[in-house]
Design a protein around this ligand. Structure first.
Ligand code: ARG
Length: 462
């Protein structure tokens, strides 16, 4: 068992096929800085427990500093034979300090509690990075809303014209879920600020080590875990992180889909900046919304990462099982995916041009003011059931004559219903329809201004 962490009871080394299957060092090497931080904290509690002398602690910390430099410079790297980052770094420490001192650090810890702790540290850092990138996207969308405070557009349900809305209202409707995702990340971080170090393989340690001291040392604000079995076996913190990143992907894909549609010749609602669109190798006229399409595609990948992880965890008995080595690549990929996607997506949104004329031309089309006729009638004391019927009749006449609602004559109105006085025309225009929806959360410019202020205040605290 030369050089391996578990050689003692084995007569033979692992088969090459096993070593190849078992190795994780090619992907878990990103945990190396966290592993070294964990080793420093562990050395300190070993010293506090009387298991390292003051001199040994000093030399141990110096050895870890050296190892950290060599890892950072690339002078020290793990190999397939090391199996994983934890064993590689123990080898590195022993190479620098000798086996007598270097071999003392493993007392009272296991790769099981190490990996559970370091993985939390890694994801907490990336949660902050992703939260920052998400704030930049929210800023870009809020900026679009702010720059177009009075532009109307057709609001849709079932992708059909429904009622006119403010473009700013629609943009902020995309900001709201992103703000909730950012909040989810912050709440996840609070829940994940608990350290499993000191759980050992599963049962805790008999050496009188102080898990709370390690937790404080490693920046876990909420101390150490209450159950060593749970500390080493649970990965719901990973699944929850994978969900939040998948949800961000799904939310981006809903914006993306609209951008793709709005960018078509038929819609022509927006024009993408050249720097954030791509051309075609054969069709010289093409300008494609690839960023939006990639966002739409990558949302599938993020969902896959979540789903694969859940399948790995399903029915897994307590405590640690090697299956759990499959927990890292999916979420490492989710981090990488969002950290590459979000800046491009933000750039695309921040630089697109809004075609105000086109949006406003279509805002009243498709009889999108029919609800306004019905609600005007309700204000005249007509029951909504009747009002709905009457407004529907107006649409029917318009469709037959090929005209819009505001082109109905006084006579036509009167013929449809005695309640339809010429004054109904006051609501048959887009600005009037928008301004009338002034309750909280509505599309009136005054209500949207309130929403904008709330979102900006929320963003300022992120
Ligand atoms: N590399 C493993 C993982 O990522 C940690 C090592 C635990 N291995 C073990 N045989 N107990 O989960």
């Amino acid at each position: 068992g030369e050089g391996r962490l578990w050689g003692g009871r084995f007569a033979d080394g692992p088969a090459e096929a096993l070593a190849k299957l078992s190795a994780s060092v090619h992907f878990d090497w990103v945990l190396a800085p966290y592993d070294i931080a964990g080793s420093r904290a562990h050395a300190r509690v070993l010293h506090k427990a009387g298991l390292l002398t003051a001199d040994e602690l000093t030399r141990m910390l110096a050895g870890l500093d050296l190892l950290e430099e060599d890892v950072a410079s690339g002078d020290f790297v793990g190999t397939v034979a090391d199996e994983d980052v934890h064993s590689a770094l123990e080898r590195g420490l022993i190479e620098r300090l000798g086996a007598d001192l270097g071999g003392k650090l493993r007392a009272g810890r296991s790769r099981n509690d190490q990996v559970a702790t370091l993985f939390r540290m890694y994801l907490r850092d990336h949660a902050r990075t992703i939260g920052g990138l998400l704030a930049e996207l929210q800023d870009a969308l809020v900026g679009l809303a702010e720059a177009h405070p009075d532009v109307a557009m057709p609001g849709r349900t079932h992708l059909q014209h429904a009622q006119p809305v403010l473009f700013a209202h629609h943009m902020l409707a995309h900001v709201q879920p992103l703000a909730r995702d950012a909040e989810r990340l912050r709440q996840w971080d609070t829940r994940t600020a608990v350290s499993p170090y000191g759980s050992g393989a599963l049962a805790g340690s008999s050496l009188g080590l102080d898990p709370e001291a390690v937790a404080a040392d490693l920046g876990f604000e909420h101390g150490s875990v209450g159950n060593s079995i749970d500390g080493t076996a649970s990965r719901d913190f990973v699944a929850e992180f994978a969900f939040i990143t998948a949800m961000i992907g799904v939310n981006l894909s809903r914006i993306a889909e609209e951008i793709i549609i709005w960018n078509t010749k038929e819609f022509s609602f927006v024009t993408l900046h050249d720097a954030f669109s791509t051309g075609s190798s054969i069709m010289p006229q093409k300008k494609n919304p690839d960023i939006a399409e990639l966002a739409r595609g990558k949302s599938g990948r993020l969902i896959g990462n979540l789903t694969g992880l859940m399948a790995t965890l399903k029915a897994l008995p307590l405590a640690y099982n090697r299956d759990l080595q499959e927990d890292k690549e999916p979420v490492f990929d989710s981090c990488e995916t969002l950290e590459v996607l979000l800046p491009a997506f933000t750039g695309m949104m921040a630089t697109l041009t809004v075609n105000r004329e086109r949006m406003e031309e279509l805002a009243p089309a498709g009889f999108s003011l029919a609800t306004d006729i019905a609600e005007w009638l309700v204000k005249q004391g007509v029951p909504f059931r009747v009002a709905h019927e009457v407004a529907g009749e107006c649409v029917k006449v318009c469709e037959a004559e090929g005209i819009e609602l505001d082109q109905l004559t006084d006579d036509q109105f009167a013929k449809i219903s005695e309640h339809l006085k010429p004054e109904v025309r006051t609501v048959l225009n887009v600005p009037g329809a928008l301004a009338s929806r002034s309750g909280r959360g509505g599309t009136a410019p005054s209500a949207v201004a309130v929403q904008l202020a709330e979102l900006k205040a929320d963003l300022a605290t992120q």
